[in-house]
Design a protein around this ligand. Structure first.
Ligand code: NAP
Length: 487
């Protein structure tokens, strides 16, 4: 994609990281309430600039006004929710073990106090498919700033002008809230992202995008002289398993829900349900063959369009795949939504060829003869962001399918659809590789803040030299786990 904004030079990236490193010391020392004010100021700035930002986003991403309005609302909600998380305080995971001469380990226990502390400057690689919620002022930026970390934001080449405009809003809001200079900066150009990730003053990276891109950056982060955590959200097929009983009870409802979910935003969600397993002798294959699919809609950008066409061509050219239905020319630009068809036997004999993410408005329907094949598939597949089961409470297959899928996916769903990831306290948006490069974390929800925090224990310190959350006087104000018990 051609950049309409010049790439940031290596010298400039280095200068910006220097400023971020200076800001890191000040920002890490700010009170959570001050950071909350800054996040609220960013949210207010975005609300105020909504009309102009949305109009640039419409020009650059082909997404609809309604979709972008909803996404911006989600973005400002997210910023404010991280502010509330700071106020509440349990994100610090403050633990206090007072000295105990009778500690049953056999040796006296010293006074040990532990909390989570900011990592330092973070490079955020923003996503193409959520130009607000996973981009410049999105969840990674919000959670890193909330954690007390400066952000160097690598703009996605799919929406450069929006990235620049949003970046100006964020910088202005942070300045007005009294945040340190250099706390936040946007950089442009593929090389600038690599330069930033390689800079020794950068202490973590986060990313949402493709498997090859995420893997390349993960490898850079890990091969530095000082390796750093790299939280990449890469790719996911998001299988949906429909049991016999569910297909018998509500086939029409499932067919309608599935077509709605896989075509939402032209299928450009990382949680799009990409493969649907249905009983071969149920009504579902025929219902889906006759489903009314939405009209073709332009994809986000030329890279997404060509990536979609390439994978779809591979799939349709596979000898074991038929086109079940299509709303027109699926390889055209814009592409018509398409459903493909194969069987569980065929998928089990070539999982690499048939169980693939096809980012865009296409999905695979897989018919099975025996429910036990669902367990075979679940056992075979690699890491996923989501795994969905449409079943009935007494389905005999359900407990084992749930058990296996819990080892494969970050979020399991029962009788719902995986698109529409809610921003909440309990949300988990992650999963084993290749869904992410860090399966123990989430990139959505308030728990995302822990990606940018590191535990530090203080042994035998006087009260006045301890961080505030670890002082006895913070009891009642900041949640503390004292001697193993949550307060
Ligand atoms: P991408 O190509 O992986 O790009 C994401 C970001 O990483 C961009 O800022 C890109 O820079 C940078 N990047 C990629 N490869 C790099 C490398 N080798 N070295 C340095 N920087 C690199 O992802 P995309 O453009 O958003 O979409 C392409 C495909 O990714 C889609 O077709 C889809 O399969 C997948 N995708 C997945 C998700 C998800 O949520 N998991 C979301 C969107 C897309 P430039 O912009 O400068 O090239």
């Amino acid at each position: 994609m051609s950049l309409t904004i010049p790439a940031t030079s290596t010298e400039e990236v280095t200068t910006l990281i220097g400023r971020a490193a200076s800001a890191a010391k000040i920002w890490a020392a700010t009170k959570p309430s001050e950071r909350r004010q800054a996040l609220n100021a960013v949210a207010a700035g975005l609300d105020e600039a909504a009309d102009s930002l949305i109009s640039i986003a419409m020009e650059e991403t082909n997404l609809s006004q309604v979709r972008l309005q909803g996404e911006l609302k989600r973005t400002t909600f997210q910023l404010r929710l991280f502010g509330e998380t700071l106020d509440e305080g349990s994100y610090l995971d403050a633990r206090i073990d007072p000295a105990d001469p009778e500690w049953p380990m056999g040796v006296a226990r010293p006074d040990i106090r532990r909390q989570l502390e900011p990592l330092g400057p973070v490079v955020v690689f923003s996503a193409s498919n959520f130009p607000f919620a996973f981009s410049v002022a999105g969840g990674d930026t919000a959670s890193a700033l909330a954690a007390g970390c400066p952000v160097i934001l690598k703009a996605h080449s799919g929406h450069p002008r929006l990235s620049q405009a949003t970046g100006q809003v964020v910088e202005e809001a942070l300045r007005s809230a009294g945040a340190p200079e250099g706390l936040f900066a946007v950089i442009f150009g593929t090389e600038s992202g690599k330069t930033a990730l390689n800079d020794p003053r950068v202490k973590a990276g986060s990313f949402t995008g493709s498997i090859p891109g995420g893997r390349a950056l993960f490898d850079i982060a890990n091969s530095r002289p000082e390796p750093i955590p790299f939280y990449g959200e890469l790719g996911s097929v998001n299988p949906v398993f429909v049991t016999r009983a569910a297909a018998a009870a509500r086939a029409a409802e499932i067919a309608e829900g599935f077509t709605g979910s896989f075509t939402l935003s032209a299928g450009q969600f990382c949680t799009k349900p990409g493969v649907l397993f249905v009983p071969q002798d149920s009504e579902l294959p025929e219902l889906l063959r006759n489903a009314t699919l939405p009209a073709a809609a332009p994809l986000l950008n030329s890279r997404i369009q060509s990536g979609f066409a390439e994978v779809l061509q591979d799939l349709t050219g596979h000898p074991d795949v038929q086109v079940l239905t299509s709303a027109g020319d699926s390889l055209a630009d814009p592409p018509a939504p398409t459903l493909l068809l194969t069987s569980a036997d065929q998928l089990l004999s070539d999982p690499e060829g048939l169980f693939r993410e096809c980012f865009g408005p296409a999905a695979m329907v897989v018919t099975y003869a025996n429910e036990s094949q669902l367990l075979d598939v679940a056992t075979l597949i690699d890491g996923q962001l989501t795994g969905t089961i449409h079943g009935e409470p007494n389905d005999l297959i359900a407990p084992e399918l749930i058990r296996i899928m819990a080892t494969k996916a970050g979020r399991l769903l029962w009788n719902q659809w995986p698109t529409g990831v809610s921003v909440t306290y309990a949300q988990q948006h992650g999963g084993p590789y290749p869904a992410t490069t860090a399966s123990t974390y989430t990139s959505v929800g308030t728990a995302a803040i822990t990606r940018f925090l590191r535990p530090v224990a203080y042994q035998n310190f006087p009260q006045n030299l301890l961080p505030e959350a670890l002082q006895d006087s913070a009891a009642g104000r900041i949640p503390q786990r004292i001697n193993g018990n949550a307060s």
